[in-house]
Design a protein around this ligand. Structure first.
Ligand code: 26Q
Length: 824
């Protein structure tokens, strides 16, 4: 059986209850007699926090003494979700807290856990990946820190009003027991100003960046507990504050009170809000300020720690690996070069080899519109010294390219870090490639595509070895054990314990139970219970009653044209029209369905908002149509986030991962749904391809055109006047007739399909609908369906984030795990 590791802090019910009550009465200054769920949450969280702190301190001390290489994961997004449940499970004392502790006080664990607000410091896949990686790094005992921004407002809360998305600010910090302000850890960050040059005594030219505006970065630390290990890593988030220099006091005293307050607010604005765009580059000056603020603070911190070790600079890349989560932290590259050359006096080439050997860059998109660029005048204004350094990096790089490919003149303008447009632009992805020793994509298809399209020239220049793949994964602790405790328990009962949570490949041992009647029944019962839980949630939040025996068909993710929620909702309308055309007897024979959508649209993404509106209008019509009843229900779940995903992922029969082939870099919710015993309808895109390879093509529903054919099909549609699909035309006719409200509301949505069909909505429509018909058929044979789902779960071992971290550690970081001694 599974052993709880023992350390200081509470170990039993009495200890826990005493600790929780002490916190309620003292830390929270509440009387036990008016202890509500909020106070119970606070007391429980603080009791567990005490436990974490002990392990956290021990871990950090031990990592400092051991003096081994460390990993720093730089990400502008960490989509953490809730922390308490995760802390209880990782520490291994959830049952102690539940069974006796909280019950004694008169509370249900689920209610107490539900009090906590999500830490929603991210948009979607990229931010959640960072959170899963932190969990794996700690669980596998790697010495690693995350660095990010402490946004006052996370991703907005979504409300649906009259079918439209409305954004509400997410002020999440009023009670956050999981963060620790480090008042002694501050970094002054400079913006604007000018560069002064002079020659030092040795005749060497020195650059000084001066006369800038200073903003202070304050550190807040969040403990990251590993699962069933004392290792507790650190996530350091930076918050911006006005620098309290004499200058400000001067203003203050001379009566410029307003100006002084204004300066404060301007400084605090930097870390105020997460940019809500996902897979689209729409950055303004403030976004660039965020990026530099966070990169500069993090690097200063890392360099400061390194300097304490008194090691030679050439040891830097042997002590430190920094991973760049997309191009958002690319400024860390010129910043480290600046520190080494301007502040530490290293020569350019020595400094540059340190830089390149330190950084690795992960790319998350092939789509050109999502590749980050910043205008040269903006960088010139905000970061004058960095612009010089970027130009110098580019000069060295282009000289190398010219020497290596003397005949290819076009190559230079194609690969230049500076795009010669008006205004000139800095191509951040190119800078990230040039400044890193490894570049990776996040699924095989994606890694191949970037090598043959957007980064093709760089493969020629640097060779194949610089480019690699690390297929994404998810943490089974949160996405199986925490979200689906019943399934986790069933698996553990067959495998003789919970070892599979740390070695997910052990799941293969449940393959033999795919044919076991009893196991199938247990598996089916768990799925039904999870669907019932979701049905209750839907009833409470939308008022719509859905039948848990119906087929639950779920698509939850950010709303984006390339992810094709429009294909899904057009398919739903097609189904509705078919049902309406049937006799009541025929309709009775159809497989009942619940189509469930969820996801946020970027506030400025009009087309995405149209899709949300259409889904809600279709729901309004279908759900109130007495002829339809249980045959079809259409649900939009408001404010989809991590904690809602924990209820949703275990409740699918089918989930949709239907991006236009070649556009979804990986996808990670596909993994969550399959791991929880649901099947997939998907395109040959991202990680769907590897999921198919692992679980077998009999256990997934694939459809649609392939990535290699997409360009041709777009061209045909636009230039050869291809008619749109017949079935889809009927759907459009219904929309135009006003079946779902005024058709003007949706004309943009239908027009782009007619005019461009850029996302192959029409080209893939027939295959999509036929595949859904096949799903209905397959679902009727429940025994065969269960066989598929059990096999699929058994074969998902590859998709644990632990495997990703081991691949990064070996191929990119060259770091080793480091066990913390128990009970030090
Ligand atoms: C860029 C510039 C300015 C403002 C915002 C942004 C920005 C912000 C977030 C650009 C992109 C993102 C997020 C991208 C993202 O989530 N990508 C997803 O990453 C997942 C993890 O690798 C993949 O599984 C998904 O396929 C990919 O879409």
């Amino acid at each position: 059986a599974w052993k709880k590791h023992s350390a200081s802090g509470f170990k039993n019910k009495e200890d826990f209850e005493a600790a929780a009550i002490r916190h309620i009465e003292t830390t929270l200054a509440r009387s036990l007699y008016n202890c509500d769920e909020g106070a119970a949450y606070g007391g429980t969280a603080l009791a567990f926090r005490d436990r974490l702190i002990i392990d956290w301190n021990k871990t950090q001390q031990s990592h400092t003494f051991a003096d081994q290489k460390r990993v720093y994961y730089l990400s502008l997004e960490f989509l953490m979700g809730r922390a308490l449940d995760n802390a209880m499970l990782n520490v291994g004392l959830k049952d102690v807290a539940r069974v006796e502790g909280l019950a004694d006080l008169g509370f249900r664990m689920e209610d107490v856990i539900g009090i906590e607000r999500d830490a929603a410091l991210g948009n979607g896949g990229l931010g959640r990946l960072a959170a899963c990686f932190l969990d794996s790094l700690a669980s596998l005992d790697y010495p690693a820190w995350g660095y990010g921004l402490r946004y006052r407002y996370g991703i907005f809360k979504q409300e649906i009003i009259n079918g439209y998305q409305v954004e509400v600010p997410d002020y999440w910090l009023d009670f956050n027991p999981w963060e620790f302000p480090r008042h002694d850890v501050t970094v002054d960050i400079q913006f604007y100003g000018n560069v002064r040059k002079y020659n030092d005594d040795n005749g060497r030219q020195v650059s000084v960046w001066e006369n800038g505006e200073i903003v202070t970065a304050n550190a807040y630390d969040v403990p990251i507990p590993g699962y069933n290990t004392p290792t507790t890593n650190n996530l350091r988030l930076w918050s911006s504050k006005a620098a309290s220099g004499e200058f400000d006091f001067q203003k203050f005293n001379s009566g410029e009170y307003e100006q002084s307050v204004h300066d404060q607010m301007r400084a605090e604005t930097i870390s105020a809000v997460l940019y809500p765009n996902d897979n689209l580059d729409r950055g303004k000056e403030l976004r660039l300020k965020q990026q530099y603020f966070w990169c500069a603070a993090s690097l200063n911190d890392i360099v400061r720690r390194f300097k304490k070790s008194k090691k030679a600079w050439k040891e830097f890349p042997n002590q430190i690996a920094i991973q760049l989560n997309d191009t958002h932290p690319t400024l860390a590259i010129p910043e480290l070069q600046r520190i080494l050359v301007d502040n530490e006096g290293l020569d350019w080439d020595t400094a540059w080899s340190i830089v390149v050997n330190t950084f690795g860059y992960t790319n998350h998109t092939v789509m050109a519109e999502a590749l980050e660029k910043w205008s040269v005048p903006l960088i010139q204004h905000l970061l004058p010294r960095h612009l010089e350094i970027i130009y110098e990096i580019n000069l060295h790089f282009l000289q190398y390219v010219e020497r290596t490919f003397p005949k290819d003149r076009d190559m230079l303008s194609r690969v230049s870090i500076v795009e010669e447009s008006n205004p000139k632009m800095i191509r951040m992805a190119f800078l990230a490639i040039v400044g890193s020793h490894k570049v990776n994509g996040v699924a095989e298809l994606h890694s191949d595509l970037i090598k043959t399209t957007i980064f093709k020239d760089f493969v020629k220049i640097y060779g194949q070895d610089k480019f690699t793949n690390v297929t994404n994964g998810i943490t089974p602790r949160r996405w199986l054990h925490q979200a689906n405790p019943k399934l986790s328990e069933l698996i553990a009962s067959k495998l003789g314990g919970y070892d599979f949570l740390k070695d997910l490949t052990l799941l293969h041992k449940i393959e033999t139970y795919a044919d076991d009647k009893q196991f199938r029944k247990a598996f089916q019962d768990i799925k039904f219970a999870n669907k019932t839980r979701l049905a209750n949630y839907i009833k409470e939040t939308t008022g719509v009653k859905v039948n848990p025996a119906a087929l639950f068909d779920i698509q939850v993710k950010r709303i984006h044209e390339y992810k094709r929620q429009q294909l899904n909702i057009f398919g739903v309308i097609h189904r509705y029209l078919a049902l309406k055309a049937m006799s009541p007897e025929e309709r009775k024979k159809m497989q009942p369905r619940v189509s469930i959508f969820g996801g946020k649209a970027a506030p400025g993404y009009w087309m995405a908002k149209c899709i949300i509106h259409l889904v809600n209008e279709v729901g309004r019509v279908v759900n109130n149509d007495p002829e339809i009843g249980d045959a079809l229900k259409v649900i939009f779940i408001e404010d989809y986030n991590v904690s809602k995903c924990e209820i949703i992922a275990p409740a699918s029969d089918i989930s949709e991962h239907i991006s236009t082939a070649g556009t979804e870099a990986s996808g990670t919710s596909n993994m969550k749904f399959v791991l929880n015993g649901g099947l997939i309808i998907g395109t040959c895109d991202g990680a769907n391809i590897e999921i198919t390879r692992e679980i077998g093509e009999d256990n997934i529903f694939l459809f649609g055109n392939l990535a290699e054919d997409v360009e041709d099909i777009r061209h045909q549609h636009t230039y050869e006047g291809v008619l749109i699909d017949d079935g889809l035309q009927k759907v459009f006719d219904a929309i135009h007739d006003g079946m779902f409200g005024h058709s003007d509301e949706f004309s943009a949505l239908t027009n782009t399909v007619v005019n461009h069909d850029h996302w192959l909505t029409s080209a893939d429509f027939e295959a999509y609908c036929k595949t859904h018909d096949a799903i209905d058929e397959a679902f009727k044979d429940q025994e065969a369906w269960l066989h598929k789902t059990i096999l699929a779960v058994a074969r998902m071992g590859f998709f644990t984030a632990d495997r990703c971290i081991e691949e990064y550690a070996e191929m990119i970081w060259n770091v080793e795990p480091q066990k913390i001694k128990q009970n030090g």
